[in-house]
Design a protein around this ligand. Structure first.
Ligand SMILES: N[C@@H](CCC(=O)N[C@@H](CS)C(=O)NCC(=O)O)C(=O)O
Length: 188
């Protein structure tokens, strides 16, 4: 989702090949044996990390200055999201895979790690890195969207009104909605 959003924002046209994860096309695995999505083939490169695709797109065009933020702080947010928070998100999404973990503990860890710091940042500015949207908001938003969707009632009951406002603003944005269209499945 975040790779699609960055490509769209940068105005980059791609040939979009939607694939089925259960039936990965040979051409995809030839390009990227890692077998995860997204994969971007462009400029003679194969980029198979969504963050790399985002950065590649913004190197081409960054009309609203999504990368004009403090590098250390933005990197710290993204590393925390893609690292520890992603682990908690999977534990929260797939409790059957983690029978030894308590869902309450997982939720509390996610709150302490991510939601509380996000709420603090978003109480003082509209976006995570200040009053302008940045790469950090787009990189993190799909993960918070997934987190909220696991148990919407539980998420709604959390005392993080600024995070909810930020999430809703992203969900209602033209950019997000413009990348949500369905594509036919690519067959080699
Ligand atoms: N760090 C990678 C993670 C990519 C990833 O794990 N993608 C999942 C889907 S969200 C996937 O393709 N899994 C392979 C599979 O389920 O077979 C990125 O951000 O691009």
């Amino acid at each position: 989702m975040r790779a699609r959003m960055a490509l769209k924002y940068a105005g980059i046209q791609v040939e979009h090949r939607e694939i089925e994860l259960r039936n990965k096309p040979h051409s995809m695995l030839i390009a990227s044996p890692k077998g995860t999505v997204p994969v971007l083939c462009a400029d003679g490169l194969v980029l198979d990390q969504s963050l790399d695709i985002m950065r590649w797109a913004l190197d081409k065009s960054d009309p609203d200055g999504w990368r004009e933020v403090d590098k250390g702080v933005s990197q710290a947010w993204i590393e925390k999201n893609d690292g520890q928070f992603k682990v908690l998100l999977d534990q929260y999404k797939y409790p059957n895979r983690f029978p030894d973990l308590s869902q309450g503990d997982v939720l509390n860890s996610a709150i302490e790690l991510m939601l509380k710091p996000m709420e603090a940042a978003l109480q003082s500015s509209k976006y995570l890195m200040g009053n302008k949207m940045s790469l950090v908001d787009i990189a993190i938003f799909p993960f918070i969207r997934q987190f909220a969707a696991v148990n919407p009632e539980q998420f709604d009951a959390l005392p993080f009104s600024s995070v909810k406002t930020w999430l809703n603003q992203q969900l209602e944005s033209d950019l997000f909605n413009s990348v949500m269209d369905k594509h036919p499945t690519w067959l080699d």
